[in-house]
Design a binder for this molecule. Sequence first.
Ligand SMILES: Cc1ncc(COP(=O)(O)O)c(C=O)c1O
Length: 357
Amino acid sequence: MSLFRDNVEKLAAYVPGEQPQETGWTKLNTNENPYPPSPRVVEAIQRTATGRLNVYPDPLGKSFCRAAAELFDLDPDWILPANGSDENLTLILRAFADSKDLVAYPYPSYILYETLAEIQGARFARLRLNADWSWNFQQNKPLIAAAKILFVPNPNSPSGNRWDDETIRSLIPPDGVLILDEAYGDFTDNPHKMELLKSDGNRQLIVTRTLSKSYSLAGIRFGFAVAHPDLISGMRKVKDSYNCDAVALAAAEAAIRDQDWMLSNRQKICASRQRLDEGLQALGFNTVPSQANFVWATHPTRSHFELYEQLKGRKILIRYMKFQNESRPGGILDGLRITVGTDDEVTHFLNTLREIV
Ligand SMILES: Cc1ncc(COP(=O)(O)O)c(C=O)c1O
């Protein structure tokens, strides 16, 4: 006899990327930033840690909300801080979906959306993308129309491509909410300043951002959602009272107030991304032009899993990913997702890969 809810009993848990805790790895598997966070973040953490840790933090993180609102020229009640972007995705499921609702997302993309829908007990649908990572509106229209929640990562993962604003606008479900997951938004050529939210239809759109990638704070766990206050206040009802701790709130505020630091790291990463992409192509890989801090690469003849294993044997970690696709040989679409590291890491990765292939 199982005491778990049926959907939890049947659930295959989401498997995050490997996180080796010993040093010596070239870690290019979970899209972390290879550069440290702003020194102002470290100061803010130290100040908080020597301050009043015996009292609870501000449940609404108002000081962070003010800083984020200034950045996007919005009012602070448009912002919801969370313990990582993943927490905001969970809050969205909790706030908007019950068992009769349909949760949809493009496939292949971020599989956690599906796991979260299963945990919530909602129905889910995979919206199969075309081979060139564009949307197949013809095929997916009925599912988009029926969705209560449509999650769209833009840029997408694992492909790194970015859909234009017109495509995004056309994806808003008529009776549902579109979640624009901009985890990698800062690495694009033209990062959004929440323009889509400020235009019509904004009561059906929520943008999520994370500080794990562009702000180098994956170890802190902090993300935030941006949406019309009607949507934010509904989401607040279902969060833990103190979902963000005092150290994370202080670190996040210092990070987003130091835009120069983030932008200078972003620029280095975008330059290394180009070197990585060109290096992979020179070794016979096909790549997708990336607007994120990773590159999706496939090889016409070599086994992607073996390449991943051979690199791992040499202490280089990248992500091997596979997805179901009935129109492909063996019913599988697979490939390698490589995070853009420092220039030295990219050189080491490309040299090692050259020896292998
Ligand atoms: C598309 C996408 N959304 C959200 C997240 C989660 O971000 P966070 O670290 O803030 O939970 C990730 C992390 O890899 C991601 O790839």
